[in-house]
Ligand binder design. Sequence first.
Ligand code: GBH
Length: 484
Amino acid sequence: MAFKGLTRRQFAAIAGWSALGISAPLAGSRRAEAAASSGFPGGFLWGTATSAYQIEGAVHKDGRGASIWDRFAHTPGTISDRSNADTATDHFHLYREDVQLMKALGAKAYRFSIAWPRVFPEGGGSPNPKGLDFYHRLVDELLANGIQPFATLYHWDLPLALQDRFGGWTSRDTPKAFADYAAHVARHLSDRVKHFFTINECSRLVHLGHQYGADAPGLKLSQAGLNQVRHNVALGHGLAVQALRAHGRAGTMVGPAENAVSCIPAIETTENIRAAEVATRELNAGYLTVMLEGKYTDAFLTRAGNDAPKFTQEDLRIISSPIDFVGLNVYTPDHYVVAADNERGFTLAPFPASFPHMKASWLRPGPEAMYWVPRHVARLWNVKSIYITENGTSGSDQPAADGTVYDVDRIMYLRNYLTQLQRATSEGVPVLGYFLWSLMDNFEWSDGYEQRFGLYRVDFETKRRTPKLSVSFYRETIARNAVV
Ligand code: GBH
């Protein structure tokens, strides 16, 4: 035991595991067992993830309206390779083949997103009668192949009309329209889709799209404007939760798919672990914290000062509507945290220039994020069900002379992250499933087709899919239900 002078019980009380119902700290035989095993709990759900705009193409098919991403991608200077997603991987037409790719992996679940502008081309008003047809076909095909559909309602493709008419997420009209769309989807799909995610990565959609202008709608708002967008997005999440409950069949389950600002104890001491928890709560104040606590933290409001968002108590009640699970996209440590004797109780260590990264320069490998993020979420908010809704990496993925993509960097990355996920589940952190990003190469937003995240390589000219070596890795992992 690394923490001398404490009994197991005292240590558990400090670390808070008992509150979580975790029987750790691992000691004696359980520790040995967990260390020896690389296995996941029985029934652990393995899947892959994608999003509509990144794969579907067919942007004018069957009455789909334009989204803010259509306009953004067609604006010169926005996408590094000057591409757009007009055809992307053509999944809209090739979805049957793609379901077979999932089946070949042995995957039992698939996370996809529904394109709001297919369903409501104008964002609201009357639905497009053909809007959900594609998703009916996709869901039926998944179920026929023994794959559970998990649907995300919003993965960044806001109907352009809402941007032009209301200013998109800067207005409270957008969360309201989002709730109407959620209700419509719930009425038509919840007979077969049991799990829904509301909004993909509130945190990134707020900052990349509205602060840095790097994503659609390409805005660079003031602090006050940004804080209001963040609040409106959270409100959209809450209203959608309520709409899914009100209009979905019994048994409809719902939660966010958030890219939590990830705070990793730089060194795993009790003090740093506590500091990393405090940091997690503060740095996610406008996202998971308000969703799960129903209030903004004092520090968040103090810091925002006059720029704080305008909100009512009723808003907070809506935002914190009860959810069934938390989805977490986990890619990279955002901060390594060191306990400090300052007002906040922590210091965020700056990243040294020598810290490694994957092909995407933002993607610093820190596999321990896969342990700490779900653990912090479970412990801070007593969350009982978590899904890892995305994890993966891009790579250069050049075919070798024999034509195979030997993506050993991706395999290295996945093996290390999954080892940390296994560490979490073996300690009782309630992670129920894992969706690998991504099934296949796709349109990586402002990086166009230059960042390939797929298990399957896509030739964007011919749309042909071919398995990379990581397909074998993931298939083995799923078959053994253990880190390979
Ligand atoms: C997820 O975002 C998205 O949900 C998914 O759609 C996406 O394809 C996938 O991950 C891979 O990126 O270059 O410094 O401006 C992850 C969030 C997206 C955040 C890329 C950082 C670039 C930052 N990340 N983004 S930067």
